[in-house]
Design a binder for this molecule. Structure first.
Ligand code: AMP
Ligand code: MG
Length: 290
Protein backbone atom coordinates (compact mmCIF):
# COMPACT_ATOMS: atom_id res chain seq x y z
CA UNK A 1 0.00 0.00 0.00
CA UNK A 2 1.31 3.42 -0.90
CA UNK A 3 2.23 5.54 2.11
CA UNK A 4 0.35 8.81 2.52
CA UNK A 5 2.79 11.60 1.81
CA UNK A 6 3.06 13.86 4.82
CA UNK A 7 3.50 17.50 3.85
CA UNK A 8 6.61 19.07 5.32
CA UNK A 9 6.03 22.71 6.15
CA UNK A 10 9.79 23.21 6.15
CA UNK A 11 9.87 22.17 2.48
CA UNK A 12 6.72 24.08 1.58
CA UNK A 13 7.71 27.37 3.16
CA UNK A 14 11.49 27.33 2.77
CA UNK A 15 12.71 30.29 0.73
CA UNK A 16 14.36 28.74 -2.35
CA UNK A 17 18.08 29.51 -2.81
CA UNK A 18 19.08 32.23 -5.26
CA UNK A 19 17.52 35.59 -6.08
CA UNK A 20 14.26 36.24 -4.23
CA UNK A 21 11.19 37.59 -5.99
CA UNK A 22 8.53 38.17 -3.35
CA UNK A 23 5.91 39.00 -5.98
CA UNK A 24 5.79 35.28 -6.83
CA UNK A 25 4.53 34.42 -3.33
CA UNK A 26 0.83 35.10 -2.79
CA UNK A 27 0.24 36.59 0.68
CA UNK A 28 -3.24 35.00 0.72
CA UNK A 29 -1.98 31.52 -0.14
CA UNK A 30 -2.40 28.65 2.33
CA UNK A 31 0.18 26.02 1.31
CA UNK A 32 -0.21 22.67 3.03
CA UNK A 33 -3.70 23.43 4.30
CA UNK A 34 -6.37 21.93 2.10
CA UNK A 35 -9.32 22.41 4.45
CA UNK A 36 -8.93 26.20 4.74
CA UNK A 37 -9.91 28.22 7.77
CA UNK A 38 -12.18 25.54 9.26
CA UNK A 39 -9.40 22.98 9.28
CA UNK A 40 -6.89 25.46 10.67
CA UNK A 41 -9.13 26.50 13.56
CA UNK A 42 -10.24 22.95 14.27
CA UNK A 43 -6.79 21.38 14.38
CA UNK A 44 -4.77 24.23 15.87
CA UNK A 45 -5.48 23.39 19.54
CA UNK A 46 -4.07 19.88 19.07
CA UNK A 47 -1.01 21.18 17.28
CA UNK A 48 -0.52 23.80 19.98
CA UNK A 49 -0.62 20.99 22.55
CA UNK A 50 1.94 19.02 20.56
CA UNK A 51 4.17 22.09 20.41
CA UNK A 52 3.87 22.51 24.18
CA UNK A 53 4.81 18.86 24.72
CA UNK A 54 7.90 19.14 22.51
CA UNK A 55 8.96 22.39 24.14
CA UNK A 56 8.66 20.75 27.56
CA UNK A 57 10.97 17.98 26.38
CA UNK A 58 13.51 20.57 25.25
CA UNK A 59 13.31 22.26 28.64
CA UNK A 60 13.59 18.92 30.46
CA UNK A 61 16.65 17.97 28.39
CA UNK A 62 18.41 21.15 29.55
CA UNK A 63 18.03 19.97 33.16
CA UNK A 64 20.39 17.13 32.33
CA UNK A 65 22.97 19.27 30.58
CA UNK A 66 21.62 19.38 27.01
CA UNK A 67 22.52 22.84 25.65
CA UNK A 68 20.06 22.86 22.78
CA UNK A 69 17.55 25.69 22.31
CA UNK A 70 15.43 27.17 19.54
CA UNK A 71 15.18 30.74 18.29
CA UNK A 72 12.21 31.91 16.24
CA UNK A 73 13.02 35.14 14.39
CA UNK A 74 10.00 37.11 13.16
CA UNK A 75 10.35 39.80 10.55
CA UNK A 76 7.74 41.57 8.44
CA UNK A 77 6.22 44.93 7.66
CA UNK A 78 4.11 46.73 10.27
CA UNK A 79 0.82 44.85 10.93
CA UNK A 80 2.23 41.66 9.37
CA UNK A 81 1.37 39.86 12.60
CA UNK A 82 4.67 39.49 14.43
CA UNK A 83 3.10 40.20 17.80
CA UNK A 84 0.14 37.99 16.90
CA UNK A 85 2.54 35.09 16.41
CA UNK A 86 4.30 35.87 19.69
CA UNK A 87 0.94 35.76 21.45
CA UNK A 88 -0.04 32.53 19.78
CA UNK A 89 3.25 30.67 20.32
CA UNK A 90 3.81 31.96 23.85
CA UNK A 91 0.18 31.14 24.62
CA UNK A 92 0.71 27.57 23.48
CA UNK A 93 3.84 26.70 25.44
CA UNK A 94 4.75 27.13 29.08
CA UNK A 95 5.68 30.83 29.37
CA UNK A 96 8.46 29.82 31.81
CA UNK A 97 10.29 28.10 28.96
CA UNK A 98 10.03 31.07 26.58
CA UNK A 99 12.27 34.04 26.11
CA UNK A 100 10.57 36.79 24.18
CA UNK A 101 12.25 39.95 23.00
CA UNK A 102 11.08 42.73 20.72
CA UNK A 103 13.60 45.05 19.12
CA UNK A 104 12.83 48.74 18.68
CA UNK A 105 15.03 51.53 17.35
CA UNK A 106 18.32 51.10 19.24
CA UNK A 107 18.98 53.13 22.38
CA UNK A 108 22.06 55.32 22.75
CA UNK A 109 23.74 52.56 24.71
CA UNK A 110 22.91 49.95 22.07
CA UNK A 111 24.19 52.23 19.31
CA UNK A 112 27.51 52.52 21.09
CA UNK A 113 28.03 48.78 20.53
CA UNK A 114 28.19 46.51 17.53
CA UNK A 115 24.69 45.84 16.08
CA UNK A 116 24.76 42.25 17.32
CA UNK A 117 25.46 43.25 20.93
CA UNK A 118 21.82 43.62 21.96
CA UNK A 119 20.93 40.47 20.03
CA UNK A 120 23.50 38.31 21.89
CA UNK A 121 22.13 39.50 25.22
CA UNK A 122 18.61 38.40 24.30
CA UNK A 123 19.39 34.89 23.03
CA UNK A 124 17.55 31.94 24.57
CA UNK A 125 19.31 29.84 27.19
CA UNK A 126 19.57 26.06 27.01
CA UNK A 127 16.10 24.49 26.85
CA UNK A 128 14.32 27.74 26.01
CA UNK A 129 12.28 28.76 23.02
CA UNK A 130 13.36 32.27 22.12
CA UNK A 131 11.11 34.50 20.05
CA UNK A 132 12.38 37.71 18.42
CA UNK A 133 9.80 40.27 17.32
CA UNK A 134 12.13 42.03 14.84
CA UNK A 135 15.81 41.27 15.12
CA UNK A 136 19.33 41.93 13.84
CA UNK A 137 17.74 41.98 10.36
CA UNK A 138 16.44 45.51 11.04
CA UNK A 139 20.07 46.54 10.68
CA UNK A 140 19.96 45.60 6.99
CA UNK A 141 16.29 46.54 6.46
CA UNK A 142 15.15 49.82 8.00
CA UNK A 143 18.78 50.93 8.28
CA UNK A 144 19.31 50.34 4.57
CA UNK A 145 15.99 51.82 3.42
CA UNK A 146 16.20 54.91 5.63
CA UNK A 147 19.96 55.28 5.25
CA UNK A 148 20.48 55.25 9.01
CA UNK A 149 24.07 54.10 8.45
CA UNK A 150 26.43 54.46 5.48
CA UNK A 151 26.27 51.76 2.81
CA UNK A 152 29.82 50.71 3.70
CA UNK A 153 28.52 49.83 7.17
CA UNK A 154 25.25 48.01 6.44
CA UNK A 155 26.56 46.19 3.37
CA UNK A 156 29.08 44.33 5.52
CA UNK A 157 26.38 43.16 7.89
CA UNK A 158 24.97 40.34 5.73
CA UNK A 159 28.14 38.33 6.10
CA UNK A 160 28.43 39.26 9.80
CA UNK A 161 24.90 37.94 10.27
CA UNK A 162 25.72 34.71 8.43
CA UNK A 163 28.82 34.12 10.55
CA UNK A 164 26.92 34.94 13.73
CA UNK A 165 24.04 32.60 12.92
CA UNK A 166 26.34 29.82 11.77
CA UNK A 167 28.17 29.88 15.12
CA UNK A 168 24.90 30.02 16.98
CA UNK A 169 23.59 26.94 15.20
CA UNK A 170 26.90 25.08 15.70
CA UNK A 171 26.52 25.85 19.40
CA UNK A 172 23.15 24.08 19.55
CA UNK A 173 20.67 26.88 18.87
CA UNK A 174 18.29 26.01 16.04
CA UNK A 175 17.39 29.22 14.23
CA UNK A 176 13.99 29.47 12.50
CA UNK A 177 13.65 32.70 10.53
CA UNK A 178 10.18 33.63 9.31
CA UNK A 179 9.30 36.50 7.03
CA UNK A 180 5.60 37.29 7.46
CA UNK A 181 4.57 38.22 3.95
CA UNK A 182 1.53 40.52 3.71
CA UNK A 183 0.05 42.48 0.83
CA UNK A 184 -0.18 46.29 0.87
CA UNK A 185 -3.98 45.89 0.81
CA UNK A 186 -3.98 43.79 3.96
CA UNK A 187 -1.76 46.35 5.67
CA UNK A 188 -4.08 49.20 4.71
CA UNK A 189 -7.06 47.28 6.06
CA UNK A 190 -5.28 46.53 9.33
CA UNK A 191 -4.09 50.11 9.81
CA UNK A 192 -7.60 51.44 9.09
CA UNK A 193 -9.04 48.93 11.58
CA UNK A 194 -6.78 50.47 14.22
CA UNK A 195 -8.16 53.92 13.42
CA UNK A 196 -11.74 52.65 13.54
CA UNK A 197 -11.43 51.31 17.07
CA UNK A 198 -10.51 53.51 20.06
CA UNK A 199 -9.23 50.40 21.88
CA UNK A 200 -6.65 50.04 19.11
CA UNK A 201 -5.35 53.61 18.85
CA UNK A 202 -2.43 52.62 21.04
CA UNK A 203 -1.32 50.20 18.33
CA UNK A 204 -1.36 52.88 15.67
CA UNK A 205 1.88 54.63 14.96
CA UNK A 206 1.87 57.43 12.36
CA UNK A 207 5.42 56.37 11.43
CA UNK A 208 3.97 53.09 10.15
CA UNK A 209 2.41 55.14 7.34
CA UNK A 210 5.80 56.72 6.60
CA UNK A 211 7.26 53.22 6.26
CA UNK A 212 4.28 52.20 4.13
CA UNK A 213 5.19 54.92 1.64
CA UNK A 214 8.52 53.14 1.23
CA UNK A 215 6.85 49.76 0.62
CA UNK A 216 8.76 48.91 -2.60
CA UNK A 217 12.09 49.86 -1.02
CA UNK A 218 11.33 47.68 2.00
CA UNK A 219 10.28 44.75 -0.20
CA UNK A 220 13.57 45.10 -2.10
CA UNK A 221 15.55 45.21 1.13
CA UNK A 222 13.71 42.10 2.35
CA UNK A 223 14.41 40.29 -0.92
CA UNK A 224 18.12 41.03 -0.61
CA UNK A 225 18.29 40.00 3.06
CA UNK A 226 16.37 36.79 2.36
CA UNK A 227 18.70 35.95 -0.49
CA UNK A 228 21.99 36.81 1.17
CA UNK A 229 21.18 35.26 4.54
CA UNK A 230 19.34 32.14 3.36
CA UNK A 231 22.00 29.74 4.57
CA UNK A 232 21.98 25.99 5.14
CA UNK A 233 22.39 26.28 8.91
CA UNK A 234 19.85 29.14 9.23
CA UNK A 235 17.37 29.15 6.33
CA UNK A 236 14.61 31.68 5.74
CA UNK A 237 10.95 30.71 5.55
CA UNK A 238 8.38 32.88 3.78
CA UNK A 239 4.99 32.72 5.52
CA UNK A 240 1.97 33.97 3.57
CA UNK A 241 0.41 36.15 6.25
CA UNK A 242 -2.68 37.91 4.91
CA UNK A 243 -4.73 35.26 6.68
CA UNK A 244 -4.00 35.31 10.36
CA UNK A 245 -5.26 31.77 10.95
CA UNK A 246 -2.91 30.41 8.28
CA UNK A 247 0.04 32.39 9.63
CA UNK A 248 -0.41 30.93 13.13
CA UNK A 249 -1.10 27.47 11.79
CA UNK A 250 1.96 27.44 9.49
CA UNK A 251 4.37 28.67 12.15
CA UNK A 252 3.04 26.16 14.67
CA UNK A 253 3.53 23.31 12.19
CA UNK A 254 6.99 24.61 11.31
CA UNK A 255 8.07 24.75 14.96
CA UNK A 256 6.68 21.27 15.58
CA UNK A 257 8.76 19.89 12.71
CA UNK A 258 11.88 21.67 13.89
CA UNK A 259 11.47 20.36 17.45
CA UNK A 260 10.64 16.86 16.21
CA UNK A 261 13.90 17.00 14.25
CA UNK A 262 15.76 17.37 17.57
CA UNK A 263 14.55 13.88 18.50
CA UNK A 264 13.86 14.76 22.12
CA UNK A 265 13.04 12.08 24.64
CA UNK A 266 12.41 12.50 28.36
CA UNK A 267 15.49 12.48 30.61
CA UNK A 268 15.78 9.20 32.54
CA UNK A 269 15.68 9.26 36.36
CA UNK A 270 19.11 9.68 37.96
CA UNK A 271 17.77 7.99 41.12
CA UNK A 272 16.12 4.65 41.85
CA UNK A 273 12.42 5.08 41.13
CA UNK A 274 11.70 1.88 43.10
CA UNK A 275 13.61 3.02 46.20
CA UNK A 276 12.10 6.50 46.11
CA UNK A 277 8.59 5.06 45.83
CA UNK A 278 9.22 2.73 48.77
CA UNK A 279 10.61 5.59 50.86
CA UNK A 280 7.58 7.79 50.16
CA UNK A 281 5.10 5.02 50.84
CA UNK A 282 6.72 4.02 54.15
CA UNK A 283 7.12 7.55 55.40
CA UNK A 284 4.47 8.62 57.94
CA UNK A 285 2.58 11.75 56.92
CA UNK A 286 4.33 14.77 58.46
CA UNK A 287 2.11 16.27 61.23
CA UNK A 288 1.17 19.93 60.79
CA UNK A 289 2.98 22.13 63.30
CA UNK A 290 4.89 19.14 64.67
P1 AMP B 1 7.19 48.25 16.30
O1 AMP B 1 7.79 46.89 16.04
O2 AMP B 1 6.06 48.58 15.39
O3 AMP B 1 6.92 48.49 17.73
O4 AMP B 1 8.29 49.32 15.90
C1 AMP B 1 9.62 49.20 16.20
C2 AMP B 1 10.37 50.16 15.32
O5 AMP B 1 11.74 50.05 15.63
C3 AMP B 1 10.21 49.86 13.84
O6 AMP B 1 9.85 51.02 13.15
C4 AMP B 1 11.58 49.39 13.44
O7 AMP B 1 11.91 49.71 12.12
C5 AMP B 1 12.47 50.10 14.45
N1 AMP B 1 13.74 49.41 14.61
C6 AMP B 1 13.95 48.17 15.08
N2 AMP B 1 15.26 47.85 15.03
C7 AMP B 1 15.89 48.91 14.50
C8 AMP B 1 17.24 49.19 14.19
N3 AMP B 1 18.20 48.31 14.42
N4 AMP B 1 17.53 50.40 13.69
C9 AMP B 1 16.56 51.30 13.47
N5 AMP B 1 15.25 51.10 13.73
C10 AMP B 1 14.92 49.92 14.24
MG1 MG C 1 5.55 49.91 13.90
Amino acid sequence: MAKTKVTSFQDLLRCPPGPVDLTTVQPRATPGLKGGKDEALKTLPDYAQRLADLQERLYAAAKTGDRRRVLLVLQGMDTSGKSGVVKHVAGAVNPMDCRIQSFKAPTKEELAHDFLWRIRRALPEAGELGVFDRSHYEDVLVVRVRELAPRAVWSRRYSSINRFEERLVADGCTVVKCFLHISPDAQKERLLARLDDPTKYWKYNPSDVDDRMLWPQFQDAYAVALEKCNTGPAPWYVIPADRKWYRNYAITRLLIEVLEGLDLGWPPADFSVKDERARLEKMPAPQPGG
